[in-house]
Write a protein that binds this ligand. Structure first.
Ligand SMILES: Nc1ncnc2c1ncn2[C@@H]1O[C@H](COP(=O)(O)OP(=O)(O)O)[C@@H](O)[C@H]1O
Ligand SMILES: O=C(CO)[C@@H](O)[C@H](O)COP(=O)(O)O
Length: 498
């Protein structure tokens, strides 16, 4: 039997899966690593921790005896996006990686907008956000000039891991899309942008595709991990591209709704001229020549966890949510906005905070819980509305993440989105997408589409209920007014925040 390994390099941990030719997960291992938060808004990690965590997982997978090292044909990656890893001429790491959730770069974002003007959206198809890589590069250029003078190139987290495994420096394209240095429609580095910010020649490494062969495992890494030096290593993808592949979002008409700590709605897109005016992210997909548009709700599952931890820490999610299904849409006149940590889509706003609107003495904990679930789903529906406004037709939504564990929430998604919502049989998230890239790279399938047909199984379809769709369309209009109505109140409250 032959196998592939998918490695998902996340923000809090690395997860590895061992997958056979039928798409069954036969082994799994995870290892966590810390965030370094020296000042408010800072979020860094030591890249060496990623390597150590991955070695721990690989050793555990290979010690499990499900597979011999020689039977592992390929390895590939999913990675947390946008994180800046600066390398010197000898490819030594110059400082801790600055991660996607580090928000120190507001000034640099404004500088990028001022310097590039309309070209920013034309070339990168994305707005300048603190999380993206170019603002982080400019921050180091400005605040750590001596260190920056030693920087020969940069890579992203999973590309650094691949470098350590193979000795070859490269950047994979779906991840490069989140740097603000890539001409996204053309799939090539933008010379206009690198020149505008005085970045040295060769600062942006060669680009590779998701299923592209990037070499074999270095003998030293093979010895440390238990992998065979003959195993081939493939490009991999950004975590959201891998999440989409792992949920089978490889065809027009399908959208993904992922409710984890944050929430994501994304659609598969082949038309590179689709214009979202920077309101949603537009990135290159792992499938060659394809793209995806993506909206992000920062506090999706986090809003429900916050609610549970604050008001019912003794209950599990299933117990807390059990009475929610018998309440009507709108939780008897209660709305919630999930802006607990600010928002990204459709309001890129770090000042806004959440609210309950319409609280009355008759509301009980289950009303609040239902309102929280509905508010999270309305926020995700705002991203879907932006896709529809841009002319994208979405036929169905594949739902994944913690939010897909609850049937009431899945039905609510169908009723709020107004289209069928489908859950997956054996959901494994981005690690599975990474394994699929290794499977295609190893020649098991001709394309990610063919691999998805074999590896992905659907569990249940939730059809929208017309009466609920009608009620939710009226509630959604009210929900959409809450942002503007509470914006200046939140500005006033800012000075009182702890
Ligand atoms: N049984 C459940 N029912 C409904 N929601 C759940 C359940 N379990 C977890 N969740 C939600 O999913 C979130 C975690 O999802 P998960 O995909 O594990 O997140 P992440 O990988 O981003 O940490 C929680 O914050 C919670 O809101
Ligand atoms: O910033 C983005 C996408 O734009 C995030 O999706 C990061 O890529 C986070 O990854 P996790 O480790 O939280 O999955």
């Amino acid at each position: 039997m032959k196998y592939v390994i998918g490695i998902d390099l996340g923000t809090s941990s690395v997860k590895t899966v061992l997958v056979n030719k039928q798409g069954d997960i036969v082994g799994e291992a995870t290892a966590s690593y810390p965030l370094i938060q020296e000042r408010p808004g800072y979020s860094e990690q030591d890249p060496e921790e990623w390597v150590k965590g991955t070695l721990t997982c690989l050793k555990e997978l290979l010690d499990g005896k499900q597979a011999a090292a020689e039977d592992i044909e390929g390895v590939s990656f999913s990675g947390q996006m946008h994180g800046l890893v600066l390398l010197d001429e000898q490819n030594k790491v110059l400082r801790n990686a600055i991660l996607w959730n580090d928000t120190r770069t507001t000034k640099e974002c404004r500088e990028i907008e001022a310097k590039l003007g309309d070209s920013l959206l034309e070339i990168t198809r994305n707005a300048a956000l603190e999380g993206f890589t170019l603002p982080k590069i400019l921050w180091v250029q400005k605040h750590e000039p001596e260190l920056f003078a030693k920087a020969a190139r940069f890579v992203l987290p999973k590309d650094y891991l691949r470098y350590r495994m193979t000795g070859q420096v490269a950047m994979e394209i779906s991840d490069a899309a989140g740097t603000l240095l890539l001409n996204v429609p053309e799939g090539a580095w933008s010379e206009e942008i690198t020149a505008a910010f005085g970045l040295p020649a060769g600062f942006c490494p060669p680009l590779v595709g998701s299923t592209e062969d990037t070499g074999t495992v270095l003998p030293e890494f093979a010895q440390q991990s238990g992998l065979s030096p003959n195993t081939r290593v493939f490009g991999g993808g950004a975590d959201n591209a891998c999440g989409a592949v792992g949920a089978g979002i490889v065809r027009k008409g399908d959208a993904l709704c992922s409710i984890g700590t944050s929430g994501v709605v994304l659609t598969y897109e082949e038309d590179k001229s689709k214009d979202f005016g920077g309101k949603v992210h537009f990135f290159n997909h792992a499938h060659p020549g394809a793209f995806y548009a993506m909206g992000v709700t920062l506090a999706a599952g986090y809003s429900l966890s916050w609610f549970k931890d604050s008001l019912a820490p003794e209950l599990g999610f299933n117990e807390l949510l059990a009475p929610v299904g018998s309440l009507p849409p709108g939780a008897d006149g209660l709305l919630f906005t999930p802006y607990l940590v600010g928002e990204r889509t459709p309001h890129a706003d770090s000042v806004i905070r959440g609210s309950f609107i319409g609280l009355s003495g008759t509301h009980r904990r289950e009303h609040l819980a239902r309102a929280v679930m509905e508010g999270i789903t309305f926020s995700l529906a705002e991203s879907l509305a932006l896709f529809r406004e841009a002319g994208i037709e979405v036929d169905r939504v594949i739902s994944i993440g913690g939010g897909a564990k609850n049937p009431v929430w899945l039905q609510m998604q169908a009723d709020i989105f107004g289209i069928p919502v489908v859950s997956l049989k054996n959901e494994q998230g981005p690690a599975m997408g990474a394994a699929m890239m290794a499977a295609v790279g190893s020649g098991w399938f001709a394309s990610l589409k063919d691999c998805a047909d074999q590896f992905i199984g659907y569990a249940q379809t939730y059809e929208p209920v017309p009466a609920n769709v009608e009620a939710y369309s009226r509630l959604f209009k009210l929900y959409q007014q809450v942002y503007a109505a509470t914006r200046s109140l939140n500005e006033g409250l800012q000075e009182f925040r702890g």
